[in-house]
Design a protein around this ligand. Sequence first.
Ligand code: ZN
Length: 132
Amino acid sequence: MVPQIVSKNGNALKAREKVKDFYIKIIDKLLEKIDKKNVIKEIIIEKGFGSLKAKTKSNASETLSKEFSRETKAAAFIRDALPGSPRCKICAGYLPSRLNSIDHIKRKADGGLGTLDNAQLTHAYCNTTYKN
Ligand SMILES: [Zn+2]
């Protein structure tokens, strides 16, 4: 869903406010005690974020891949960039937008998957050098 909002707004930075609104909307609906399964449906029907599509089954199988999809990379960037200037999750330094990389928290060699849960924003050079 978030990658759809990003693509409608041009890029991740331009979409930040919209994505923030989207998360706030979800929280509002949950506070209204709307069932988790219906929250996304209601947001789609309201069309406040343009016409969004609910996740399809093909997306679900994609999350089992060890590689990050473009959507997962975009979602990880948004998630980590939202609180302010993005920082590298490995060295905590600021991330210039062109130098960032999406890293597997649990390495692929250790069975880590290409899911958003396993994605973190890092410097490209921190990602490719030895960890721990
Ligand atoms: Zn770093």
